[in-house]
Structure formats: structure tokens, C-alpha cells
Design a protein around this ligand. Structure first.
Ligand code: FAD
Length: 394
């Protein structure tokens, strides 16, 4: 297997780099580089720019607005966006809802949602997890009960990213309480502005508001909002897992860290950091860079392989390794930046900056704290390790 990029792939990377250089607004990239979480307006602006070029949804089928890129081209695109400090697009809409609608949705649902998702006018949150159903998702209790031409949805979702800014929820609900747990689930689309929807914020470790509890109290939606056949929600969820096998390696973000840390060390040394300390930081960076490169090779190997019995285990391995590398990268960056990375809420807030400090990046501490969530969302570390164990060692 050849793991190097071909001449065509290198040319493609050049094309992507050129497009980003010409089109990514500088203030947007600067804010992203500071480590601040991208809010809806910023993400939407970037997504619209990509959409005008036809690049908002690389993983969708071409007939629905996809790019027709190979998996390696999609990887290159993610990497270049990461390196250029582009904000991440709205992944729940573009990488979850869109592909599920393209594969399982009725023509009416596709007609209604695909274009607005591409244009960033329809913003989705993912309502899967519940207080007693996270790792053991199939035990969820939210019910969608058929009532004439509608479904009536009642339940309690939690950890719902972007629930406070989303227009719609893709909700996993029980439609057949008699069937075995996985067999009785369906995906259904709910409007977040329904009067039966209550959103309560949850503050995360980084002090920010990304996630929510969502209470669903008699939310009535047309039966046509159910995706595919009733009770096939688990199949759709598994399809998603197989579809996005490598994204959770966080390569775009990792490449960004690996690329920028040496410059930060140089700047700190020039500003007075003792040479011995700078050298120790460079060694840590070299070890990280080697591991990130090894991870990149793993990603390319997974992309080159056919989806098969071990695909889920490969995705899990990339996710565990990617999240750990991300934490190491963010931790190293804090070690380099020291007080410059401390969040400040006013001019006199936080420890004094060293003389000559150039790289003040207060968002990077919050970003480091947020990355701990990467060991949980999309399936916790322990669950991923269990999947690997079952696939590889049993
Ligand atoms: C920042 C963030 C954003 C999120 N966004 C969303 C979202 O948008 N939509 C959504 O639906 N969900 C979201 N989640 C929820 C996420 O998917 C769940 O938190 C995750 O699946 C774990 O479930 P849980 O929190 O219920 O923990 P539990 O399942 O209760 O697990 C608790 C602990 O027990 C361990 N554990 C559980 N079962 C096993 C086992 N069989 N073997 C070994 N160890 C086990 C887990 O690893 C964990 O350490 C988000 C979570 C976070 C942190």
C-alpha cells in the first residue's frame, strides 16, 4: 500500500490551500487561532463560503451537493482547513443529518432540508443521549407515539450540543416499546421552537455553554418527519458510524497544533525563555509530531481499506489515539504559552504577562479544558477500547 500522496493529491492540496487563502476571512482565522469556540454565526459564514464553491458537504453523494472527492481528498481538505485555522463546519447537520437523509430520507425530507443545511440555514442538534442512556444508548426512553398523521414525542435528552442555537433536533426515540431495545428505535426530526421543547443550559469544564438538557413534552410532529421506515433508527445510527470512520482522529486540529507550536517556542525563547526550557519543549513537540504523523498514516490506512468487520474498531482506535494526542498537544501549548494562555475577562485580570509577550491566546486554556470532552463524546474512551477488544482480540 502506498501511503504517500500522489501528484494529483498534492495538486489538489494546493488547490484547497489556494482557495482557503483567498476566501477565509482573516479576522475569522485569527479568532479561531486564539482558541475561542466558534459560535453559530462564524461557522455559518464559513460554511456559506464553502457552499458557494460546492465544498460544504464533501461526504454527500454528488447528486445531493457532494464533491465526489475520494476519501483521501476529503482527508486532505480537512487537514488544510485545520492548518489554515478555518472554523469547523456544523458537523451534526453536514456529517450526520445530511448523510442519513441522503441515504434513508424520503424525497420530501430531502427536498425540505438538504439545501437549507448546505446553506447553513437549517441547523441541527443531535438528541440521542439521555440521563440513563449514554454508553448504553439502546436503553433510551424517549417515546415517539403515532397519533393519526403525527408522532407525539415525550422524553428527556442531555448533553445536546448546540441545542440552544439549533433550529431542529434529529431525535432518536423509541417507536416500538415491545421490540428488543435496538429494534424499536427511530430517528425523527423535531423543530426546536415547538412549545413542547424546553432547553436548559449546562456549563462545561471550560466555563462555556455548548451543551444542554432538552425536555420534550408532547412535541407533535408530522409522521413524514420520521426518517426511513419506523424502527430502523439503529441501522441508521450504525450507517453513520461506518460513514465517518476517520473524522474523530481530529487530524485537522492536530496538524494545526503541530505546525504552530515551534513558532511559539521560538517566540518565547526570543522573549527570554531559558534555552534549556525551550529545548525541553522542542523535545516534547518532536515526540508529539512523530505520534501525529503515525496517526496520519493510520488514518490513510483506514481510508485505503474497504469498510468491513473491523471498520468500527479502526474508527475507535483513531478516536482514542486522536483524543489523547489532542490533549497532549493542547497541554504542551499551555506549557509554552504560560500566563499568556490564561483566560482574561478584563484588562487587569489574570497573572501579569511577561515582558515582550507576543502570543497572548486566552482561548487556549478553555480549548484545552474542552478537549477532555473528546474522550467522552461520540463514545467514551472505555467504550471505544471495548469495541477494539471485541473486534481484535476475541
Ligand atoms: C461535550 C459533550 C458533547 C456531547 N454532545 C452530544 C450531543 O450533541 N448529542 C448527544 O446525543 N450526546 C452528546 N454527548 C453525550 C455523549 O455521547 C455521552 O456523554 C457518552 O456517550 C457517554 O455517556 P454518558 O455520559 O451517559 O456516560 P455513561 O454511559 O454513564 O458512562 C459513565 C462512565 O462509565 C464508563 N462506562 C460505561 N459503560 C461502560 C462499559 N460497558 N465498559 C466500560 N466502561 C463503561 C464510561 O466510559 C464512562 O467513563 C456529548 C457529551 C459531551 C461530553
Amino acid at each position: 500500500m502506498n501511503l504517500a500522496f500522489s501528484a494529483e493529491e498534492k495538486a489538489f492540496a494546493e488547490e484547497v490551500r489556494g482557495f482557503i487563502a483567498d476566501n477565509l476571512p482573516a479576522p475569522m482565522a485569527a479568532r479561531e487561532a486564539m482558541g475561542f469556540h466558534a459560535e453559530r454565526a462564524r461557522v455559518a459564514e464559513w460554511q456559506r463560503i464553502l457552499n458557494r464553491r460546492g465544498w460544504a458537504a464533501p461526504s454527500w453523494p454528488v447528486e445531493h451537493g457532494g464533491t465526489g472527492w475520494t476519501p483521501v481528498q476529503r482527508y486532505i481538505f480537512e487537514r488544510e482547513c485545520g492548518l489554515a485555522n478555518a472554523p469547523e463546519v456544523n458537523l451534526i447537520s453536514l456529517s450526520m443529518v445530511g448523510p442519513v437523509l441522503c441515504r434513508f430520507g424520503s424525497p420530501a425530507l430531502r427536498e425540505r432540508f438538504l439545501e437549507p443545511i448546505l446553506r447553513s440555514d437549517a441547523w441541527f442538534c443531535q438528541g440521542f443521549s439521555e440521563p440513563e442512556a449514554g454508553s448504553d444508548l439502546a436503553s433510551l426512553r424517549t417515546r415517539a407515539v403515532r397519533d393519526g398523521n403525527d408522532y407525539v414525542v415525550d422524553g428527556h435528552k442531555i448533553w445536546t450540543t448546540d441545542g440552544h442555537v439549533a433550529d431542529f433536533m434529529i431525535c432518536l426515540a423509541r417507536t416500538d416499546p415491545e421490540a428488543r431495545p435496538q429494534a424499536g428505535l427511530s430517528m425523527i426530526i423535531l423543530p426546536m421552537d415547538d412549545r413542547g421543547v424546553t432547553v436548559r443550559p449546562i456549563r462545561t469544564l471550560d466555563g462555556d455553554h455548548h451543551i444542554n438538557e432538552v425536555f420534550l413534552d408532547g412535541v407533535r410532529v408530522p409522521a413524514g418527519n420520521l426518517i426511513g421506515e419506523p424502527n430502523t433508527g439503529w441501522t441508521q445510527a450504525k450507517y453513520l458510524l461506518a460513514h465517518e470512520r476517520t473524522h474523530n482522529a481530529y487530524m485537522g486540529m492536530l496538524c494545526r497544533y503541530v505546525a504552530r507550536i515551534p513558532g511559539l517556542v521560538d517566540a518565547e525563547e526570543a522573549a527570554g525563555l531559558p534555552a534549556g526550557q525551550a529545548e525541553a519543549l522542542r523535545r516534547r513537540h518532536a515526540r508529539l509530531a512523530i505520534d501525529v504523523e503515525a496517526l496520519e498514516w493510520s488514518v490513510l490506512r483506514v481510508l485505503a481499506a474497504e469498510p468491513g468487520a473491523r471498520a468500527a474498531a479502526s474508527a475507535s482506535a483513531l478516536s482514542v489515539r486522536g483524543a489523547r494526542c489532542l490533549l497532549r498537544a493542547a497541554d504542551l501549548e499551555l506549557a509554552v504559552l504560560g500566563p499568556q494562555a490564561v483566560p482574561r475577562f478584563g484588562p487587569d485580570d489574570g497573572p501579569p504577562l511577561p515582558a515582550g509577550a507576543t502570543a497572548a491566546a486566552p482561548g487556549r486554556t478553555t480549548q484545552y479544558l474542552y478537549w477532555w470532552a473528546a474522550t467522552i463524546f461520540g463514545g467514551s474512551d472505555e467504550i471505544q477500547r471495548g469495541i477494539i477488544w471485541n473486534a481484535v482480540f476475541r
